[in-house]
Design a protein around this ligand. Structure first.
Ligand SMILES: NC(=O)c1ccc[n+]([C@@H]2O[C@H](COP(=O)([O-])OP(=O)(O)OC[C@H]3O[C@@H](n4cnc5c(N)ncnc54)[C@H](O)[C@@H]3O)[C@@H](O)[C@H]2O)c1
Length: 226
């Protein structure tokens, strides 16, 4: 479990441990290439081998094109794209040593369809889906499967950022919660995803149950892109 916030990573480790699993918490900034490579090294050391990496970190990026905030652009490209390449590079020798494994990425429905208020996020997440298509072909003969989950709205802090767009301010009379409910209501299933529902799709894609599944960008979106 990797997070900038040590308490967040440790809380998830505690949940896993209580459920009888084994996990380690690695806290640090994924914009630091040394840390991003180190998570692969530390995980391999702790568990004896590497079976998969789930590259899940992301950032919404700026909402505007006119007056684009280039600092926010850089942060979004670093967190959605750059760090993912760094961990992928670090993981490949470990997966090879194991005779194969899985690389999983969190893209978005914004990696499959246009989002009028998230131009940079669109660039980044379409990029991740492209990466998945390319790497899946490149490493298929080495038994390294490469897939993405593409969530629609998920009930997390990031959704509060998305719903306040286009101008990143709440409309009069609205709260983040009222906007989250409205956004969820636009999905055919009528609600946002719970984080666990994304995790379950990820679990399938990294598991041996998906042994012939590679190059897939799986929508987990309550029917939004149907
Ligand atoms: N929430 C949604 O509606 C939604 C929809 C589609 C896709 N996604 C994608 O799902 C993934 C997870 O998003 P989320 O909704 O949980 O986001 P979030 O913003 O709610 O949580 C992001 C997490 O990343 C951590 N983080 C931030 N910067 C970091 C850094 N530099 N180094 C290490 N950790 C850092 C934060 O501490 C936080 O725990 C992202 O890739 C996002 O783009 C989210």
């Amino acid at each position: 479990m990797v997070d900038l916030n040590p308490a967040a990573a440790e809380a998830v480790v505690a949940e896993i441990t209580q459920a009888g699993g084994k996990a380690i918490a690695l806290a640090g900034d994924l914009r630091d290439d040394g840390f991003a490579r180190g998570i692969v090294r530390e995980t391999t050391r702790a568990f004896g081998a590497l079976d998969f990496v789930w590259n899940h970190v992301g950032h919404p990026g700026p909402a505007a094109i006119e007056g684009l905030d280039w600092k926010d652009f850089e942060l979004a490209m670093d967190l959605n794209v750059r760090t993912v390449l760094v961990t992928t590079e670090a993981a490949l020798p470990e997966l090879r040593a194991r005779g194969g494994g899985a690389l999983l990425y969190t893209a978005s429905t914004s990696g499959l369809t246009g989002s009028q208020f998230s131009p940079v996020y669109n660039i980044a997440k379409f990029g991740i889906v492209g990466l998945v298509h390319g790497l899946s072909k490149r490493y298929a003969r080495e038994n390294i499967r490469v897939n993405a989950v593409c969530p629609g709205p998920v009930d997390t802090p990031m959704l509060r950022v998305f719903v306040a767009r286009p101008d990143s301010q709440l409309p009069p009379g609205e709260t983040p919660e009222s906007l989250v409910q409205k956004r969820g209501g636009q999905v055919p299933m009528g609600r946002p995803a719970r984080p666990e529902e994304v995790a379950n799709a990820a679990l399938f894609l990294i598991s041996d149950e998906a042994s012939y599944v590679t190059g897939v960008a799986l929508p987990v979106d309550g029917g939004a892109t149907a």
